[in-house]
Write a protein that binds this ligand. Structure first.
Ligand code: GLU
Length: 409
């Protein structure tokens, strides 16, 4: 049985990079009918952040990355102590002032076959220090606790970020010291910013919850994260969770560092906005405290707005801008004159019958007769550079809306 774990330290709200680790573990578990375990690694009491655990739950729950078992390391302190004692008795660990250290071998090499890129990673033992396994506060270090737990929880594959590669020789030696079989290791290449440097907050290293607040859909975030280092082949871009589960293989993880591209995330969000069936429900939820938007969503014209939005917005947040029909700026003198001419033209040709096809035909006519671009006409009619179509606005507001914009000064 394949068993994997996501083992966040609650030292802060996990950003999208850490969440990708959770996703890859989840996909691997589900693809293989295995188990996905959540383990809260809270043994570093000095860096403990209370809200972090709650945020970890919220992120996984919102994304639908459900775990099968959950453990909290601070509730397992006795287990780690017992194992540390064993090492001490065996002469494999010693006390340095008050902390307990593990004796690393000083000759030879430590290696493992990493499943990302299927390459052997080797460390010379004379570069390795004896490291602390139990601290003076009685809490184990990450290195000790994670090895003991991975063993006791029967973890078969350790899938984690590349930043832990330097810890792995310590883990391999601990497995040897306990005479335990080690799991397979797969270290995921770190995500870089667009400048190929470390991913900063400004470049996108925010939490999934921040993205949710900015109006991104969970489908788009999952899809986007999955493509950060995983290549399912056939140039696949849009994938839902079920499809990802079906396709996911560790062999298809790239060895190159993926680059975080915020524009791609936006693009994918737009793709998903066009694909989901319950856009209205998503909008209602997102704008649950925004009366102005709720009014539109609950009006009898909401369908026109939502249908128009589907092809025009990239995130739920864009919807607010779309429904804002305030004029962007005052018209210049020239524009005012043009607007007057257009108004007269429309009145003459249409009278009271501002019906869809006729209206469009008349505007086209005006465009060629007066040598005016459709863009300009749109601006004169709506007071905005872009937004939902003239016909949709006509459906929602009718003639008066355009008359007001055209004659406004
Ligand atoms: N607690 C470690 C972290 O903060 C887990 C590393 C691992 O997966 O072994 O990510």
């Amino acid at each position: 049985m394949i068993r994997v774990r996501f083992a966040p330290s609650p030292t802060g709200i996990p950003h999208i990079g850490n969440t990708r680790t959770a996703l890859f573990n989840f996909l691997f578990a589900r693809h293989n009918n295995g188990k996905f375990i959540l383990r809260i690694e809270d043994t570093d009491r000095t860096r403990f952040v209370k809200e972090a655990e709650k945020a970890i739950h919220e992120i996984l729950e919102w994304l639908g990355l459900s775990w099968d078992e959950k453990y909290v390391q601070s509730e397992r302190i006795n287990i780690y102590k017992k194992h540390a004692d064993y090492l001490l008795k065996k002469g494999l660990a010693y006390n340095d002032k008050r902390a307990l250290r593990f004796k690393m071998p000083k000759t030879g090499e430590t290696f493992w076959q990493d499943l990302v890129g299927n390459k052997r990673i080797t460390f010379k033992n004379d570069t390795q220090e004896d490291f602390v396994i139990l601290k003076s506060d009685g809490f184990p270090t990450y290195n000790l606790a994670s090895v003991i737990d991975d063993h006791l929880m029967n973890i078969t594959y350790v899938i984690r970020g590349e930043e832990f590669i330097s810890s792995t020789p310590k883990h391999v030696q601990l497995y040897k010291a306990f005479s335990w079989n080690q799991p397979f290791f797969a270290h995921l290449p770190i995500i870089l910013g667009k400048d190929k440097g470390k991913l900063s907050k400004r470049q996108g290293a925010k939490s999934v919850l921040d993205y949710r607040n900015e109006g991104f859909l969970k489908e788009a975030l999952l899809n986007f994260m999955s493509l950060l280092g995983w290549n399912p082949g056939e140039d696949k871009e849009q994938m839902g969770l079920d499809e990802m589960i079906k396709l996911f293989k560790l062999e298809d993880i790239n060895t190159a560092n993926p680059v975080f591209d915020p524009q791609k995330l936006e693009w994918l969000d737009g793709v998903w906005i066009r694909s989901i069936r319950d856009l209205k429900e998503r909008l209602l939820k997102f704008y649950k405290d925004d009366h102005k938007v709720l009014k539109v969503l609950n009006s009898d014209k909401s369908k026109v707005w939502i249908d128009a939005a589907r092809s025009r917005i990239k995130t739920l947040k864009d919807f607010r801008n779309l429904i804002n029909i305030k004029k962007q700026r005052k018209y210049t003198k020239e524009e005012k004159q043009k607007a007057q001419i257009l108004l007269k033209f429309l009145n003459l040709k249409l009278g009271d019958k501002w019906e869809d096809e006729k209206l469009l035909f008349t505007l086209k006519d005006f465009s060629s007769k007066e040598d005016t671009t459709f863009r300009k006409i749109y601006f004169l009619m709506t007071g905005k550079e872009q937004g939902i179509g003239i016909l949709e606005l006509n459906k929602i507001y009718g003639k008066e809306f355009f008359m007001k914009n055209l004659s406004d000064d």
